[in-house]
Write a protein that binds this ligand. Structure first.
Ligand SMILES: [Mg+2]
Length: 296
């Protein structure tokens, strides 16, 4: 009977070893069964948090509601910009006239919640990879994070353009002639998730959509700044706001990444708004192959 229970716990348990131990020590077996019942995937807790917790909803709602309160002030101040790439002289009335107000939002874990994708990866013992991710994008099933729909509605009510700037990548998909099926899929998903329909001034900009639009979002922010004045920026990764350690081929430390928070302390909470993402990101990638070393 006990061995049957072990079987139900899944493949991470070493059945052969358990059978051997079972013959010699009942209590060792119980201990091993208990250890087998511990979370078996490194992303289990973070995915469950993003999938089920009230705290996640409260956190994202807090971000978007507080941002919405300062939107009108940011729009009214014609010298206000949230983008480091905004190079024009915003004190020049002629420049002010030419720039439309806009906000920039990253998409994944900023507007759309992909926790169901990561749940699938854990449940089906699959890998986070281009193929499984692209299949998820094509399903258009990601839901909106709490608070973002109301925020985007408010921005549009105030005549502010919405720019979705994502590192979802344009790439050929087997069986499709489209150059960027991921872009149309993303637009459909934004609508099915309940975001307001795109207006003529709204933009959806993917990685590789144009030559040179690489993982570093700076070039795309500069492109947007040519015609828009950026009031607020939202993301779940430092690179959503500025060129960041961890988005390049360097090997930064967590401390180097955290230094960017102090460097731009005047922007957080007024111009830049960070959403929590414990599931993935450069914050995790920079820990390397031995993340336990950081437990010291
Ligand atoms: Mg993101």
């Amino acid at each position: 009977m006990r061995i049957t229970r072990v079987d139900l716990l899944g493949s991470s348990c070493d059945h052969g070893r358990m059978l051997k131990i079972h013959k010699t020590s009942y209590w060792t077996l119980v201990l091993l069964v208990t250890s087998c019942a511990q979370p078996r995937h490194p992303n289990l807790n973070s995915t469950l948090w993003a999938l089920t917790s009230a705290e996640y909803e409260a956190a994202t709602r807090t971000v978007y509601e507080s941002a919405a309160r300062t939107l009108a002030e940011a729009k009214a101040d014609l010298t206000w910009t949230a983008a480091l790439e905004q190079r024009q002289d915003l004190n020049d009335p002629k420049v002010q006239e030419t720039l439309k107000p806009a906000v920039i939002l990253d998409i994944d874990e900023t507007v759309l919640n992909n926790a169901p994708y990561f749940a699938r990866i854990i449940r089906d013992e699959k890998r986070v990879a281009t193929g499984t991710w692209d299949a998820w994008v094509a399903e258009h099933r990601a839901k909106a994070l709490a608070g973002v729909i109301d925020y985007v509605r408010e921005a549009k009510r105030q005549g502010i353009a919405v720019v979705y700037l994502t590192n979802r990548a344009c790439r050929k998909r087997p069986g499709s002639d489209a150059s960027c099926p991921q872009r149309s899929d993303t637009i459909v998903n934004l609508q099915t998730a309940g975001l307001p329909a795109l207006g003529p001034d709204d933009l959806v900009l993917l990685r590789n959509q144009q030559p040179g639009w690489d993982r570093d979002k700076g070039k795309r922010r500069a492109y947007v700044c040519e015609n828009y004045r950026i009031l607020q920026i939202f993301g779940d990764n430092l690179g959503d706001f500025a060129p960041a350690p961890g988005n390049r081929d360097t090997a930064p430390t967590p401390a180097q990444r955290r230094a960017m928070i102090a460097q731009y302390q005047d922007k957080w909470g007024s111009k830049w708004f960070m959403l929590p993402n414990p599931m993935y990101g450069p914050w995790l990638n920079v820990l390397g192959d031995d993340p336990e070393a950081y437990l010291k």
